[in-house]
Design a protein around this ligand. Sequence first.
Ligand code: NG1
Ligand code: ZN
Length: 531
Amino acid sequence: MSTQETIIAASSAYPKPNQTFQYGTAGFRMKADLLPSVVFRVGLLAALRSRFKGGQYVGVMITASHNPPADNGVKLIDPLGEMLESSWEAYGTKLANAASDQEVADYYSQLEQEFNLKPDVEAKVVVGCDTRESSPALVDALVAALNSLSIKPNDYGTVTTPQLHYVVRCLNTQGTDRAYGEPTLEGYFTKLSAAFKGLMKGKSTRTPVTVDCANGVGGPQLGLLKKYLGDSITIEVTNEDVQTYSKLNYQCGADFVKVGQRLPPSITSPQPLARYASLDGDADRIVYYYVDKSNTFHLLDGDKIATLAASFIVDLVRASGIADFNLGVVQTAYANGNSTKYIEKLGLPVVCTPTGVKHLHHAALAYDCGVYFEANGHGTVLFSSDALARIQEHNPNTPAESSALKNLTALTELINQTVGDALSDLLLVEVILAHKSWTPDQWDSCYTDLPNKLEKAEVADRNIYKTTDAERKLTEPKGLQDQIDALVSKYSNGRSFVRPSGTENVVRVYAEAGTKGEADELAQKVKALLN
Ligand code: NG1
Ligand code: ZN
């Protein structure tokens, strides 16, 4: 049979439902029962992408992150562990919407020709999935697509999204001077734990940190990581039930805590000033929180993590004696206004990009060290190859410089530089707090968050909402931005914006104001403009 014929035969087992699909900020994401045909076709796209990249490995992750248990999703990982290059999203969208098996095969061949892909360049694809009930069947759909092209994918099983990003980068850099690590989970755990232990050497024993794993893949993976960490840290794992599918992200996890600004109900009697953290369903986001002595909840979100990391790294670079090192922070419109002011006060450059990690990641590459975080806790720190070389070649003049340099080097190993990684970020925060001997309230006191509210509105068609200025202003529907501005002007420290979600069929409304009551009111008033 020709390739066209095998694709058509295999594709016929995955008929397309009557639905339009779009490769969005987080790949394709929706109710899992709509996804088999999409995942099959993403398998074909992955093969094309790998061949386009000269036969390097690409990754396919099956997950719907923080979304409810009935959802699922699929996204592609590029060879260095980054998100799929944007220009290819359109090919994915077109393939997913092809009306017939014949059209799927035709479009596959068309892309093959357009990119002049040679038959002798073999595709290499790795796959991983989260713990959802629907994930194994979707992996099967992916494997069926690859098998129809005579490709045997490398299946890493149930892994966190950042673990798969790590593995992809390792596979493509093996044996080069950019080698990133062993392309196995053991390699991942060994790399993180060795760096962590080095950084914690000589630090006094810390109180435990409690980690809510959203009943997702982070639970078992954190359980494994703990074995590698030994007694260098005490981590108490909660919400780690991956057997009861309905519990995933339900009343727990990073999104629940961030959006609701409250404890997961499973934490019934929180200990004042103890450290708590929540991961999301695929463990690429983390937020911290604590209750103070009067039992009031305080959130330490992605903005607080970014500022903590940025100031710590700046201090380490200085203490190492490295000069002319530029560190910048990248945020989105959802960053708390006071976090931005705080970064400016530290004298660091700060930029705002549209929502979605690919935008932040790209902007962070402009610095020797780019710290990027979404307020929801998705983020990481990137060191440019030039910066890594300078760190490696730097000759310290004093024992103090030498010790700071050693820590800086270990930090570059501890941080997952491919993508935001909740497990790596957890260890990063723990290291910094240990070095500063800080309790969570001391960390929190760097700046006070402006009260804020995130709302979502169901609208008939979210595509009519067009934004500009890193999504901080609407250009369409005409006149709406003026109405928002008029409302905002009535509040002290008021700020509000509206943008269409890239992952859900809703429009999001964000508001900040001087008090919590005012922030909630402003959000409600802006939301009312949408109906
Ligand atoms: P959308 O649905 O486009 O707002 C959400 C998050 C993003 C990002 C993506 C991908 C908020 C307000 N939005 O995007 O930050 O993480 O999901 O998962 O948290
Ligand atoms: Zn996630």
